[in-house]
Unconditional design. Structure first.
Length: 265
């Protein structure tokens, strides 16, 4: 199965070249643990490798997505671009924007100040079931038309999950299962960002078990000794090591360093 390189050398080597195409990959972790920054970095790297194939890792059966899409639910294109510009260098920003496209699936009315406020109102009126069906239908049409051979970043799956109130968790699991099948059928590679702790431990474990791949992001230590750990818990079609990486955000993107490398310094 051809693999999509992330452009992060240490991770690509650990995955035997990259991520098998056509998979649903969950990025799970608390807020501020680097999930968005990781996606931004992969996006910028994929865009660069598409423009300059000499950057591709040698010795692997690789394929690059034709383009990278950001499917957003509470964040606008302008909001994502502002976040990228504020966290990374100008060169990184330029690499990120080349070959990246956006599609917004939920739009918060301008009179409201927050996505959470809007969702709370929709749920209280009982309109959330109809709305999420409309969103899923729009997603399915979009993925069928634009998805084959591309990478789609769900920024974020957490936002969409807010349309499922307590007691409707299994319907969210069913949504994830349908999304996984769409990825396989139409060869769409999806990165879906999901905050940990928004569901019970049992439901979160069920969601993780229904994904093809899982990247875990965990913040350790206090303010004076804070560090972020990254690990690949599972990747279909690839044998992965449970050994974690330390994740560092630099102006040029996310860097992942094996702990044994750090210990050997």
């Amino acid at each position: 199965m051809p693999k999509i390189p992330t452009g992060i050398e240490s991770l690509d080597l650990a995955l035997g070249g990259g991520i098998p195409s056509g998979l649903l990959v969950l990025l799970v972790g608390e807020s501020g643990a680097g999930k968005s920054e990781f996606c931004y970095t992969v996006t910028a790297n994929v865009n660069s490798m598409r423009e300059d194939p000499s950057l591709l890792p040698a010795g692997f059966d690789l394929v690059l997505p034709e383009r990278v899409w950001y499917a957003t639910f509470s964040r606008s294109e302008e909001g994502v671009l502002s976040d990228v510009r504020g966290k990374f260098s100008e060169d990184f920003y330029n690499r990120f924007t080349r070959g990246t496209f956006f599609r917004e699936f939920l739009t918060v009315p301008s009179r409201l100040t927050s996505f959470q406020e809007w969702v709370a109102g929709v749920i209280s009126d009982g309109g959330h079931i109809k709305l999420r069906r409309e969103v899923f239908s729009a997603l399915a049409r979009f993925l069928e038309r634009e998805g084959p051979g591309t990478m789609v970043i769900f920024h974020t799956l957490t936002d969409f999950s807010m349309l499922f109130r307590k007691g409707e968790e299994m319907e969210f699991v069913s949504f994830l299962q349908s999304l996984r099948e769409i990825c396989r059928e139409w060869n769409v590679t999806v990165f879906a960002i999901l905050a940990s702790g928004i569901f019970s431990g049992d439901v979160e474990a069920l969601l993780i078990s229904n994904a093809d791949g899982v990247f875990s992001f965990e913040v350790q230590g206090g303010e004076l000794a804070r560090r972020t750990m990254f690990s690949c818990k599972r990747m279909r079609g690839t044998t992965v090591s449970p050994e974690p990486f330390e994740l560092t955000v630099t102006p040029d993107g996310v860097e992942l360093t094996r702990l044994r490398t750090l210990a050997g310094r």
